[in-house]
Design a protein around this ligand. Structure first.
Ligand code: NAG
Ligand code: NAG
Ligand code: NAG
Ligand code: NAG
Length: 635
């Protein structure tokens, strides 16, 4: 399996790391002053997007890697940004520091009273998807600028192809929900495979620190990062090997955990696209009292799970302290953050093309941020601080970035201009079926309809996947009734800070093994919901204490597999209720590695719900959900 290769590789790399620290690319001249000039900023950095009105595609990171010259420029650009003096607002530290720690002012945008101990990011808010959009555009703009400059440094006779590549540069995304290419992990090797990378730059081939592996603080500000382990972890870490200063990232563990959750993630995404046509429900994870049974999941909740999977912590290792990605205030420093959030923006953009009419309705903020106080009404004209849209100090608003192509980018699945013609929408639905539908019974029906003998290349992953699909294939008659079938989900609601740090809720059919290390890879693992929280200190002034959040875990595929195994007769409630009451188990893995009985987590509520769903009749359609009703609550 992919992660075994990872373990071996990582072992080799850990040894290597001890032998020598890698640094930035040596261009053969002092780049500092040129970078300074390139990034020389007016008083205000205006987020304008790139390409002078030209719209280019943001690509999946693995696809971008195939475009060798562009890839080289990307790696050199990210590396250069990371080596730019931390005091510069457009350095890695400057840009990533907007999100949470070190809770400092950016672009002169002052905190509102009482909010200086927070970052600018908006969470559990209707502005969650929109705030991150100009944030990504700003990051893209800075990188674009560096990439243009670096391209000019090749000798004249080699330069032109680099200049051409530089012009099509846009930031890549990491698709954590689709099947990875043959044999690989969902976590790309380029991100977690090695702390160094050999790069063929303008001054020849050199081995440099891999800027996608981690960010090294230069220096770590221990006045701002006062709390252990943040005050001695000088590099960003994923699934850290221990809590000490010598901790290393264990990316093979991250890869394992992401791979084991991929099917659950793709089902959640597929359901979000199919059944979350309302922006308020789709956009964020906050629990609202009038929530209905069909709205427990959200783009933000799905995004939270990736944060916890990438940061790790508690996930079966001697050390239970999570890495940077698991904690809201520290997450943006890890280079995987922007790859993840570009994927989140892509999901948002695809969703917009399917549901163009639905948008922000005025809603009170659930959390403080640098310029927002809890309870303040947020709407589509709320300034998305600190992102200036003009020199005069105006900020972008959600209305202003609804058409994302004004930032000069789009995604492969979408047209170059916002296009909601029914043909364009059908194209998006086809992409969703192809990329995220394969784990859903709905697609099984579709495949049966097409009597497809040939499998899609993207699905040739590992034997587990193959055998699962095989198991599903024999069951069409037991599952579908005239194109209708029943989907089952666990609806979860919990206090975000219930355990004073990030935690994960695991679901199993039958009792899990004692050792949490075995949980995700065990065949009885159904899915894991990550709750992305803060430690008490890092939470600062966000005041998340009372906030309740929601999420879901799809159960249908696991049930279908039990039908295939002869343990369950059908998906009808008369069978499934009894089956789940007896066999659906759950555990909570909290900060510090403590395993909690779910009954011990204050305010945690898990409801079992289902809906009749009409399977798509063609690739241009998504499943159509009926009303979702709850059957019972787990005790
Ligand atoms: C370090 O952090 C403190 C507290 O946030 C801040 O006042 C100080 O300016 C920072 N130092 C540097 C060099 O950025
Ligand atoms: C990393 O995680 C893998 C998978 O759990 C484990 O086998 C390996 O021992 C870990 N490596 C380190 C250095 O802790
Ligand atoms: C929208 O997309 C459709 C189908 O892809 C295409 O025929 C049409 O010209 C596009 N419209 C615009 C305004 O780009
Ligand atoms: C959830 O479903 C149950 C059972 O169908 C129903 O009684 C309840 O009113 C639903 N809740 C909401 C908020 O719609």
């Amino acid at each position: 399996m992919a992660w075994v290769t990872w373990s071996i590789l990582l072992l080799h790399l850990v040894c290597h790391r001890v032998l020598g620290q890698h640094t930035a690319y040596n261009y053969g001249f002092d780049v500092g002053s040129r970078v300074k000039r390139q990034l020389a900023q007016p008083l205000r950095v205006v987020v304008r997007g790139e390409g002078g009105g030209v719209v280019q595609v943001r690509r999946e990171i693995r696809e971008m890697e195939q475009d060798q010259k562009l890839w080289t420029l990307y790696i050199l650009g990210v590396s250069m940004m990371q080596y730019t003096d931390q005091s510069s607002p457009t350095s890695w530290y400057g840009i990533t520091g907007i999100h949470g720690m070190p809770h400092q002012t950016w672009g002169g945008v002052q905190p509102t009273p009482g909010n200086k101990d927070t970052g600018y990011c908006t969470h559990s808010s209707v502005l969650f998807p929109t705030w991150h959009r100009p944030y990504l555009a700003l990051y893209e703009q800075v990188l674009y600028s560096l990439v243009q400059m670096i391209a000019t440094w090749w000798p004249e006779n080699e330069r032109q192809p680099y200049l051409d590549a530089a012009h099509r540069f846009r930031i890549p995304y990491w698709d954590w929900a689709t099947y990875p290419p043959s044999g690989g992990s969902v976590l790309p090797m380029s991100v977690g495979g090695s702390p160094f990378v050999d790069i063929s730059g303008p001054n020849g081939i050199q081995r440099i620190a891999n800027p996608l592996f981690s960010y090294t603080f230069r220096p770590l500000n221990v006045t701002a990062f006062r709390q252990a382990p943040w005050n001695y972890w000088t590099d960003t870490l994923r699934s850290p090997t221990n809590t000490g200063a010598g901790a290393q990232s264990n990316n093979s563990l991250v890869a394992l955990n992401v791979d084991q959750n991929q099917r659950s993630l793709s089902q959640r995404l597929y359901i979000l696209f199919s059944n979350y046509g309302d922006y308020s429900r789709f956009s964020n994870n906050a629990w609202i009292p009038q929530v209905n049974n069909a709205s427990y999941d959200s783009l933000e909740s799905l995004h939270d799970t990736i944060h916890n999977l990438a940061g790790g912590g508690g996930l079966g290792q001697p050390n239970f302290q999570g890495g940077h990605m698991s904690f809201i205030p520290y997450s943006a420093f890890d280079p995987i953050f922007f790859l993840h959030h570009t994927m989140v923006d892509r999901i948002f953009a695809m969703w917009q093309s399917l549901y163009p009419e639905s948008w922000i309705t005025p809603t009170p903020a659930n959390l403080n941020s640098y310029t927002t106080s809890r309870g303040q009404i947020q709407d589509s004209r709320t300034p998305l601080t600190p992102f200036f849209s003009s020199d005069d100090g105006t900020f972008w608003t959600s209305d202003g970035i609804r058409d994302f192509t004004k930032f000069g980018y789009t995604y492969t699945e979408l047209a170059t201009r916002p296009n909601t013609s029914s043909r364009a929408q059908a194209g998006v639905r086809r992409a969703i079926n192809r990329l995220y539908g394969t784990s859903s019974p709905a697609n099984l029906f579709l495949r049966e309809l097409r009597s497809l003998g040939v499998k899609d290349n993207r699905r040739k992953m590992n034997s587990a996947t193959e055998s699962q699909d095989f198991a599903l294939t024999g069951q069409v008659g037991a599952i579908f009734n005239g194109g209708l079938y029943r989907e089952w989900i666990a609806n979860i609601r919990v206090r975000k800070q219930a355990l004073d740090g990030p935690f994960s809720i695991y679901f199993f059919l039958d009792a899990p093994l004692n050792d949490p290390e075995q949980w995700t890879s065990a065949p009885n693992h159904v899915g894991t919901l990550g709750v992305f929280a803060a430690d008490k200190f890092g939470m600062g002034g966000m005041q998340m204490d009372g906030l309740e959040v929601t999420g879901t875990i799809p159960l249908t595929t696991a049930l279908v597999n039990r039908i295939a195994a002869g343990e369950l007769t059908s998906l009808e409630p008369s069978y499934v209720e009894e089956f789940l009451r007896a066999r659906l188990m759950r555990r909570v893995l909290g900060p510090n590695g403590r395993v909690w009985d779910t009954r011990m987590v204050e305010g945690l509520r898990i409801g079992i719900a289902s809906s009749t769903v009409k399977a798509p009749q063609s690739e241009d359609e998504l499943p159509v959900w009926g009303e979702v009703s709850e059957h019972f609550e787990l005790e």
